[in-house]
Design a protein around this ligand. Structure first.
Ligand SMILES: NC(=O)c1ccc[n+]([C@@H]2O[C@H](COP(=O)([O-])OP(=O)(O)OC[C@H]3O[C@@H](n4cnc5c(N)ncnc54)[C@H](O)[C@@H]3O)[C@@H](O)[C@H]2O)c1
Ligand SMILES: CC(C)[C@H](C(=O)O)[C@@H](O)C(=O)O
Ligand SMILES: [Mg+2]
Length: 367
């Protein structure tokens, strides 16, 4: 029998997370009841920088356990620049979630909405639709807890060590080729571009060799390499050439913000951290300390992350209504922007949380 009751762990986190979470849950409830047949049960937990400041714990065990046992996790954003661990790093329990739950594929779609004055103005650049996959459990982030400083004063040197493992590469590359294959069936190019720095670092040359090995199992998909510096140029010069990009954790973090820029800002960029069985969905953006409490937070990335969650659940459980619900959210958001009535603050306009939310709900009601 098809599963119809889904438990969702909700982590509003910090900063603007509190301004975009409830409305996203309302939207998801609304769309799921519109298509019928399913129910979402949300359970929220406090976690993040403010929670660490209050309690000394950034991600309570109860929240972690709930995330492990629920069907999916929806996270807004966490971290505040003023709240840090003793070694100077910020509180970022989303990294622990990714690592402990083995969510190796950070899926960050770059899909432009119609009706927005985007930084790139050519027709091709107005219709971008590619996906950046960021390895999310190792890379340069892997050693952050074993970070060390050797020597003192003017002879001190700080070290972070990059980890690129065979297994880590294999699973994320296979995921990327699998996604390119699915997309090819929908008319996309059928291409995976591996982004590295194999001209300078041996760890990236190793990564490239694993990529070439995995590519041999997917001869229907074009496999190519690009150095990360060249990728940064091409993402601005000719971003429409890309279909699926796959890269190391830190490179993916940086390039996905570039991708958000192409879409009109951080408030437009959704993401999903996906493992073999578990997944966490969250916007690419942070807690936006510069706009907290001003009503300027764009909830679009959160709505689209919620849609990614419905779509993933639908595919995991062979549940067509949830896939339909995901499509409806995407369509409502697209129609909201296509109306040309919305201009988010990040693009110089004055459409804030309420205006964008009201418009998306109104468009959903029409579908
Ligand atoms: N996934 C996450 O939870 C995540 C991601 C990035 C940063 N962070 C954390 O967030 C804090 C702030 O980091 P930052 O300033 O570098 O990045 P940020 O993404 O919070 O903000 C960068 C810029 O984008 C704007 N912005 C971000 N999201 C927006 C939205 N939804 N609507 C409108 N404008 C939006 C901000 O106002 C700011 O000008 C830090 O503590 C950082 O570690 C968390
Ligand atoms: C806040 C930070 C730890 C996080 C990351 O670097 O992964 C964020 O920038 C992201 O893109 O999700
Ligand atoms: Mg980031």
């Amino acid at each position: 029998m098809t599963k119809t009751n889904f438990t969702i762990t909700v982590l509003p986190g910090d900063g603007i997370g509190h301004e975009i979470t409830e409305i996203c849950l309302d939207l998801l409830n609304q769309v799921v009841s519109k298509v019928g047949g399913n129910q979402l049960e949300f359970t929220s937990f406090a976690a993040g920088a403010a929670h660490y400041k209050e309690t000394g714990i950034s991600l309570p065990e109860e929240a972690m356990q709930h995330a492990f046992n629920s069907d999916a996790t929806l996270l807004a954003c966490m971290g505040l620049p003023s709240i840090r661990y003793p070694d100077g790093r910020e509180i970022a329990p989303q990294l622990e979630l990714r690592e402990k739950m083995d969510l190796f594929a950070g899926v960050r779609p770059v899909k432009t909405m119609p009706g927005l004055p985007l930084p790139l103005t050519s027709d091709a650049a107005k219709n971008l639709d590619f996906v950046l996959i960021r390895e999310s459990t190792e890379g340069l982030f892997a050693s952050r807890e074993t970070f060390k400083i050797e020597g003192e004063g003017e002879s001190a040197a700080a070290y972070d060590t990059q980890k690129i493992s065979y297994q880590g590469c294999k699973r994320v590359f296979d995921f990327a080729f699998g996604l390119a294959k699915q997309r090819k069936q929908q008319g996309y190019q059928g291409k995976v571009t591996c982004v590295d720095k194999a001209n300078v670092l041996g760890s990236f040359y190793f990564m490239r060799q694993v990529f070439d090995e995995r590519a041999k199992n997917h001869t229907d998909i074009t496999a190519e390499h690009i150095y990360v510096d060249a990728a940064a140029l091409q993402l601005v010069a000719k971003p429409w050439q890309f279909d699926v990009l796959v890269t190391e954790n830190m490179f993916g973090d940086i390039l996905s913000d570039l991708g958000a820029g192409l879409m009109g800002g951080m408030g437009m960029a959704p993401s999903a951290d996906i493992g073999f069985e578990k997944a966490v969905f969250q916007p690419c953006h942070g807690t936006a300390p510069d706009i907290i409490g001003q009503g300027k937070a764009n909830p679009t990335a959160m709505f689209l992350s919620g849609a990614m969650m419905l779509d993933w659940l639908g595919h995991q459980h062979n549940n067509v209504q949830l896939i339909k619900a995901a499509n409806l959210v995407n369509k409502a958001v697209e129609n909201a922007y296509a109306s040309e009535e919305l201009l988010p603050y990040e693009l110089g306009g004055n459409s804030g949380t309420k205006a964008i939310t009201d418009k998306v709900f109104a468009e959903l009601a029409k579908l």
